[in-house]
Each structure stands twice: as C-alpha cells, then as structure tokens.
Design a protein around this ligand. Structure first.
Ligand SMILES: Cc1cc2nc3c(=O)[nH]c(=O)nc-3n(C[C@H](O)[C@H](O)[C@H](O)COP(=O)(O)OP(=O)(O)OC[C@H]3O[C@@H](n4cnc5c(N)ncnc54)[C@H](O)[C@@H]3O)c2cc1C
Length: 448
C-alpha cells in the first residue's frame, strides 16, 4: 500500500536531517510539512516564495544549505509533501496525512516514523491574556518571518527566556521599537550571585554573541529591558490594552499599548503523538519535539533519529544507545539558561481563563469537585477540548487541577490532531501512488 519506507513529519532542521539519514541508508522517505515550505521555526520562509524577511544567523543557514544539498543529491529517495498535516493513525493502522493543497486525506503504511514537529510556546495564564491584542512571541515572529509585517500600534513584550529578547531585536531591525521588554527572571543578578552558572550559560560562543548583539541593539535604540518584572493583568482600554506589571519588591507599572506579546518558554510539541510504536511500526521523536535544545542540536538529533530508525526497522529491539555528546552539551546550556531566568509565577485570581479555546476558567475547574479526574475535566469541564486540543493549556490545567503532567491527554492519543473537513476525509486516498500533489511538484518550488 505504501510507496515509502519511512514517514518523517516536520520539515525543520530535525526532520530534514532525519530524512537525509534514512535516505542515505537506502530507504525511501516521505517528508510531510504542514507549512507551504520547508525550514521549520528557525528558517521560516516568506509565504510568497520571496527572499527571507529576516536575517538568520549564518551558521543556521549554512547547516540548512548542507542538508538541502544532500537532499538534492539523494534525488527521488526523499519525496516532499508540503501543506500536509499529520492527523493521526486510523483504526486500520494507517498514518493519516491531510494534503491541504489537494483537499484530501492520504493514508499510508510506512515501515517507520520520525516525528520532528518542533516545540510549542508556553504562556502562563494571567487575567486578560485571552483578550484580542495579546499574542505570543512565536506568533508575532511567524508573521514577521512569513510576511515581513507587524501589526499596527505599540508593542510591549513580556515573559521569560531568550525569545522575547530576540524578537525585540528583530522588531527594532524591522523598524518598530517595542515599548519595553519585561523579563520575569533576573538573569543579570542571578548570574552575578552564581558566577559558575553564568559561565555555563555563556559557554556557547554563538549563543553568547547572538544574545549580546540583541541586547546591544535594544540599548542603541533606547528600548528598555527590565529584569524581574512580570505582567500581572491585562484589560481592554479603548482600542488598546492596559497592562499592569509588578516586580518582586511590589513596585508597579502601567503600560497602555496596542499589543502585548507574551512568552514563558518552549516545550516539546508532543500532544497526540504516539510514543515509541504505532500500528506495529517503530516511532521516534527528534529535535525540539524530543527535547527543546535549539536549532544546532536539532540537526544532530534528526540525524541520530534517522539512523536509529533505519536500525529499528531491521530489528525493533535495537536499544536507543547514548545520545551524542553534542546533545548533552546543548541540554546543559539550556539548563543553565533556565536556572538564570528562574522565576516564581505570582498567584492568579480564580476568574482567570485557563483554557483559551473554550474560555474555561479556574472557577469552572474548582466547581468540578476536589478530585474530578482527567476525564471529567475534559468531557464535563471542556478543558483542552477546543481547537488546540490541549496543546497550549493542558499543562496549566493539570497543574491547577493537581494532575500529573500529560494526564489530561488521556491514555491514548485522540485523533484527528487537527480539525479536518469531512470533504477531505471523504476523499481519502489509500493508493499512495505518485500522482500530482504527492511528488516533488507538491514541494512548492523546492525541488532541486
Ligand atoms: C515559535 C518559535 C520561535 C523560535 N525562534 C527562534 C529564534 O528566533 N532564534 C533561534 O535561534 N531559535 C528559535 N527557535 C528555536 C528553533 O527554531 C528550533 O530550536 C529549531 O527550529 C528546532 O528544529 P526542529 O526541526 O526540531 O523543529 P522546527 O524547526 O520547529 O520544525 C518543526 C516543523 O514541524 C512542522 N509541523 C508541526 N506539526 C506538524 C504536523 N502535525 N504535521 C506536519 N508538520 C508539522 C512545523 O510546521 C515545522 O516546520 C524558535 C522556536 C519556536 C517554536
């Protein structure tokens, strides 16, 4: 039934590296990517096919070019399907892919699968975070990368970690000065108190240079960066937002802005993914979807997963083995960053929305009883039952509901992972032939 040996889901650095590794071993690969172009979060391409809208560090470009050259050398062994979304595995054990360009679902039976679907942003709930005008750092960056456009009006960036700082510098480069950047943690103070930790966080020269360059750009253009400040609440005020921020000493600030950009870190995008096996075939995870370690590590991890999958297809009992040393170093770097930016989230009032898709708040969660069980929280409370299927809210709801992480997802993945039209399901294609829409033609000009 299947014309491919291996299915790789996700066309970022990890997915492309996994595809190349499996194809090098002589297997045929189908690489499915939901966006119109390959590149992933780091090399998100312009939607119109034009040149990238934003500068990307040269080392990432070089690494990508090497992978692309190898993909081209391997020719027909790697087939691309862009605008194609992994939906799940059906009762007959077929992996379902929605080919959005063709408007139909395709069912295949690969011999092995690698999920390289990246990370999702973590945004902690606070009153008003569901209002129009509040968006995530990744959401704004995606718009900037794909269209070069920034929504009209003033922008305040708040949260934690490197992405808010990077986005602020990118906005400045695009000609829009953010009102301020509020970092929840206090990396400078923490680093001064714990020099060993600071040294570990500065162990990678490329990351250090990128961070310093971003900060220098903010200083040069007079964009304030405040460590130790967190957004407590947001309210609609006329056409814009009134944002209330506080620091650990209880000092307060009010900002009046058109847009508030939030970001509290990244975590692996694993909602609804099978873990190690599905329908009798080996399944692996690679890149940020296994562990959020950044783009350099994603290339390494993708190659590792591709090679391991080839061995697992031959012998499912092959052990995983130790991770490459580069991945261990990347984990230590991330741990040091996390410790430097550590923060304690302030308590939130009961009426704070936890699940944005379904508009469910803490009052609703508490009303379900002292020990409602994950099933009740989902089916009666409707938490995690909206468009995102818990991808964004499940961790937070689990935390407030006292569940183990992942409990809200249930014991088995619920498919389809994304909304799919009945028409696309009715047009189910189980032939997996090389008809138009499946081969290199569907790669939107990315054939070699
Ligand atoms: C929002 C965001 C912004 C970032 N910004 C920066 C930055 O400015 N600088 C920096 O150094 N690093 C940044 N990173 C980190 C960096 O992009 C990643 O570490 C790197 O791209 C990881 O590569 P990956 O291949 O594991 O995942 P990704 O590059 O995220 O690739 C995953 C791919 O899977 C696709 N996908 C997801 N779900 C499905 C599905 N169901 N079906 C089909 N395809 C699917 C996605 O469209 C994506 O192309 C960012 C990460 C995120 C999430």
């Amino acid at each position: 039934m299947s014309a491919c040996d291996v299915l790789i889901v996700g066309g970022g650095p990890a997915g492309l590296a996994a595809s190349v590794a499996a194809a090098r071993a002589g297997l045929s690969v189908l690489l499915a990517e939901q966006r119109p172009r390959l590149g992933g979060a780091i090399l998100r391409r312009a939607l119109d096919g034009g040149p990238p809208r934003m500068a990307v560090p040269v080392r990432h470009l070089r690494a990508w070019e090497r992978l692309e050259a190898e993909r081209c050398r391997l020719g027909e062994r790697i087939r691309l399907m862009c605008e194609t979304v992994f939906l799940g595995v059906d009762g007959a054990g077929r992996f379902l892919l929605e080919d959005r360009a063709a408007g139909r679902v395709k069912a295949i039976r690969p011999r092995g699968v690698v999920f390289a679907v990246g990370a999702v942003e973590r945004v902690l709930p606070r009153p008003g975070w569901e209002l129009p005008g509040v968006l995530t750092a990744g959401g704004m960056q995606l718009g900037l990368k794909e269209t070069g456009e920034i929504p009209d009006g003033s922008v305040l960036i708040a949260g934690s970690g490197p992405l808010p700082l990077v986005l602020a510098a990118q906005l400045v480069a695009a000609g829009r000065l953010p009102v301020a950047v509020l970092e929840r943690g206090q990396p400078i103070g923490t680093g001064l108190r714990h020099p060993l930790l600071a040294a570990r966080a500065m162990a990678s020269w490329p990351h250090l240079i990128e961070g310093a360059a971003a900060m220098a750009r903010l200083v040069r253009f007079g964009v304030p960066w405040h460590g130790g400040w967190a957004v407590r609440s947001v309210r609609q005020a006329g056409e814009g937002l009134e944002v209330h921020a506080t620091d650990a000493a209880g000092r307060e600030r009010l900002y009046h802005v058109r847009h508030l950009v939030l970001h509290d870190g990244l975590r692996p995008n694993v909602t609804g993914l099978p873990a190690t096996e599905a329908a009798g075939v080996p399944v692996l995870r690679a890149g940020d979807c296994r562990d959020v370690l950044g783009a350099d590590a994603a290339v390494l991890d993708g190659a590792r997963a591709g090679e391991l999958l080839v061995r697992r297809i031959a012998d499912p009992a092959v052990p995983e083995g130790p991770l490459p040393a580069g991945l261990g170093a990347a984990r230590r770097l991330q741990d040091a960053f996390t410790a430097l930016c550590a923060f304690t989230a302030p308590p939130i009032p009961p009426e704070t929305v936890l699940c944005r898709c379904e508009g469910r708040d803490r009052v609703t969660l508490d009303a379900l009883g002292t020990d409602p069980g994950a099933r009740t929280v989902r089916l009666i409370g409707r938490f995690g039952m909206g468009l995102c299927q818990g991808r964004f809210c499940a961790d937070t709801v689990s935390e407030f509901g006292g569940f183990a992480p992942g409990a809200l997802a249930g014991t088995a993945p619920r498919w389809p992972l994304r909304p799919v039209s009945v028409a696309a399901l009715a047009a189910l294609d189980v032939t997996d032939s090389d008809e138009p829409g499946v081969g290199q033609d569907a790669a939107n000009g990315q054939s070699c």
